[in-house]
Design a protein around this ligand. Structure first.
Ligand code: 2HA
Ligand code: ZN
Length: 271
């Protein structure tokens, strides 16, 4: 067996958590990530014939039975992943019953997966139903996007439109806009179901006054979505208290989307 610390998927996860922590998106134990792995990626590093432990999921994910996931641990700090991946991350397969996780590596201190696993796995299912290559779901608390939640109407049409206006690249990077959920209790199956429903039409979903979820084919795609939205939200918060004397017009936003050939939410414009 090869050393799992050299596995590209593990190195990517270590890099991702470190960068998200450094950007201030994941204070303390804030945030969580799930990375769907293919068996042929895992096989060189782990024997998948017998698991270390079996953990109940607490919900049912039959469509993901047999799939492998690398997932951040509950109560664990992104800050510490690089120093000790085996304690702060876990690699498991969803059991054939769709109700358990068979742990093959990680959660070394007896821990378990993030409390937000329902939102993650339900979002994977939703994204896979519209994009068979989706592999990453991540959640974090980006500062400016969160600040914007307190001073901007919290509906997806106006949040998407404002973000598009704040930076030229936004409508090209997330032409579908950004989904918005009101404040809800986190860690529950209910917020998981609501997030997954939004994920059928968006790759990014705001959890009102909490944070954001993003999904993608690759860590770069999901990270890049948050990075772009957070930058736009930063520009919004830097300018929201002063008079705005210039703007990107709706005609210019549409011109951009058409020039880049992206299919955008036309109903997020007033006309
Ligand atoms: O796991 O961010 O939403 C910590 C969180 C919960
Ligand atoms: Zn959170």
């Amino acid at each position: 067996m090869k050393d799992i610390n050299t596995a590209p998927f593990l190195q990517e996860m270590v890099e991702l958590t470190s960068q998200m922590y450094r950007l201030g998106w994941d204070e303390r134990n804030g945030g969580n990530i799930s990375f769907l792995l293919h068996e042929n990626e895992v096989a060189p590093y782990l024997a998948t014939t017998s698991s270390l432990r079996t953990l109940p999921l607490g919900f049912s994910a039959p469509a993901l039975a047999g799939e492998f996931f690398l997932v951040t641990g509950t109560g664990k700090y992104f800050r510490n992943v690089k120093r000790d991946p085996e304690t702060n991350l876990g690699l498991f397969r969803i059991g054939e019953d769709g109700q358990t996780a068979e742990l093959f590596w990680g959660y070394r201190d007896g821990g378990r997966f993030t409390s937000e696993l329902p939102a993650h796995l339900m979002s994977h299912q939703a994204r896979l139903s519209v994009d068979s290559e989706n592999r990453i779901v991540l959640h974090c608390h980006p500062t400016h996007l969160l600040a914007m939640n307190y001073i901007h109407p919290l509906d997806e049409k106006s949040v998407s439109h404002t973000l598009w206006q704040m930076s030229t690249e936004c409508i090209v990077v997330f032409p579908e806009g950004i989904g918005v959920l009101p404040w809800m209790l986190c860690g529950t199956n209910e917020i998981g179901l609501a997030t997954a429903e939004k994920m059928k039409g968006f790759r990014m979903v705001i959890w009102g006054m909490h944070g954001v979820y993003a999904a993608g084919k690759t860590p770069d795609e999901a990270f890049g979505l948050v990075e772009t939205a957070e930058k736009a939200a930063q520009i919004y918060t830097l300018t929201s208290h002063t008079e705005r004397i210039n703007t990107i017009t709706d005609a210019q936003l549409k011109e951009l989307a058409e020039a880049f050939g992206v299919s955008y939410r036309q109903d997020f414009f007033d006309c």
